[in-house]
Structures are given as C-alpha cells and as structure tokens.
Design a protein around this ligand. Structure first.
Ligand SMILES: [Zn+2]
Length: 246
C-alpha cells in the first residue's frame, strides 16, 4: 500500500514537472530556460530542428518547387480562449489544407507579437499561426504575417472583445471562416521545424505565407494589452533548407 502510494505520488510529481510545468517568455521560466523546466521540454534545448527561424529570402531554395497549399477552410463554430500564453481560437469544424499528399484538419489559430518568424532579419508586429493535424497526428502550421495598416476586418470578431483573463473562454458570437485571414497571394516559405512553445516537439511542417496582411494600431494595442511580447527567439537552422514557391 505504502509502495503503491509512493509510486502514485512519484507519478503525480513527474506529471506536475512535465507537460504541466509553468513557462513564460521572460525571466526564470523564460525562453532561455524552457529546456530545463521539465524532462519532456528537453527538445527546447537539445532539438536541432527548432522553430521559429529567420528566413533569408535570397538563400531560400526554389529547387523542387513545393506545390501550392490546397486551402479548404469553411465557416465553423469557434471558442475564443485566453490560455495564459496567447489568445487562441478553437474551431469545431473549420476545414483544412492539403499539403505533401495529406489532408490536415484546422484545429485552432493563435497569435504572437512580434511575429516569431523573421524574414531577412525583420520581424512583423504580429503573426497568426493556424495549426493543423492529420489523421496520423502530424502537425502543419500556416503562418500569416501582419504589417501595420488598416483595421483587419477578419480579426474584428476576435479582437473586438478579447478575453482579458488567463483561463477565460467564450463562444464566438458568429461562425468563423479562417479563409478570411489569408492574403490574396498564397506563395509561401516552407521548412521542417517544431512547436514554438514547450514541449518544442519537432516534425512540424511550417508554411509562412510571403504576403502579409494588415492590422491596425488599435487592434495591435488591444492584443498587446494582454500579451506585450509572446515570441520565442529565432533558432539556428542547422543546415535545414527553406524552400519557396515563387
Ligand atoms: Zn504559435
């Protein structure tokens, strides 16, 4: 009995130190320390194919030009969640994308400020990461970069009343179609990377759309009131090739 209880306690503490470990962007639990916070965060420190990266456009390869992304998004019921690290929109049935011969279902999208990915060393004020999963459990992300400009109508239903408190979740007033977030041109930079938050798991297929869309100063301020900075620093490429379809 005592042994069983000890084993249970050990299991509980492993769990507490694992995926439930508290992490932040700055300070003692900040990006530089993620790999030390829990055993299952080790990829954050030891991984060799981490995200985000700085995309050097002149070094991107157009050899074996990647196929366009087959977008098939549709309007879906949505929950808007403040998860303590970002604002995330969970979609019940938002369609998906066809890439690399597989269909990936859109699960959620969320935001980082500034953009995590840099292009030629430059970061944009905001990025949306649209996170997808296929039947095998593989992950694919589409990143939409935002530059300063006019009010973004697609963001309005989410940004007009962002859930202000960590843990707060509310249903969106209307169905959301992720297609409304996309720029007109869907050419992209592609590479293999990781989750940009703990546990930093690798094998994630990244697609960064080249054409940015606009976000207004007011919308940006509304997000930054909740999250002033929630971007991981860029990670070494370690020989990875970034492909581009021009
Ligand atoms: Zn993200």
């Amino acid at each position: 009995m005592a042994a069983a209880l000890t084993a249970l306690a050990a299991a509980a503490s492993v769990q507490a130190a694992g995926s439930g470990a508290r992490w932040e962007y700055q300070g003692k639990a900040g990006t530089a320390h993620w790999g030390e916070l829990a055993p299952d965060f080790s990829a954050c420190r030891q991984g060799k194919a981490q995200s985000p990266v700085d995309i050097r456009a002149d070094r991107a390869s157009s050899t074996g030009t990647p196929a366009p992304i087959g977008f098939g998004y549709r309007a879906s019921a949505a929950d808007i969640v403040n998860n303590g690290h970002t604002v995330q929109v969970d979609l019940a049935d938002g369609g998906g994308i066809d890439v690399a011969g597989s269909n990936y279902r859109l699960v959620q999208f969320h935001f980082h400020t500034p953009s995590e990915e840099a292009v030629n060393g430059k970061r944009y004020p905001l990025v949306a990461h649209l996170a997808h999963k296929n039947d095998a459990g593989d992950l694919a992300v589409v990143a939409v970069l935002f530059k300063r400009g006019r009010d973004n109508a697609a963001l309005a239903p989410v940004f007009a009343s962002l859930p202000a408190t960590a843990g707060e979740k509310r249903a969106a007033a209307a169905e959301f179609d992720a297609d409304s977030l996309l720029p007109a041109q869907r050419a992209y930079y592609g590479y293999m990377g990781s989750l940009t938050t703990p546990p930093c798991s690798e094998g994630v297929r990244w697609h960064i759309l080249k054409q940015p869309v606009e976000v207004s100063a007011g919308q940006l301020a509304a997000f930054r009131k909740l999250y002033r900075m929630n971007a991981r620093p860029v990670q070494p490429l370690n020989g990875r090739v970034i492909v581009v379809n021009r």
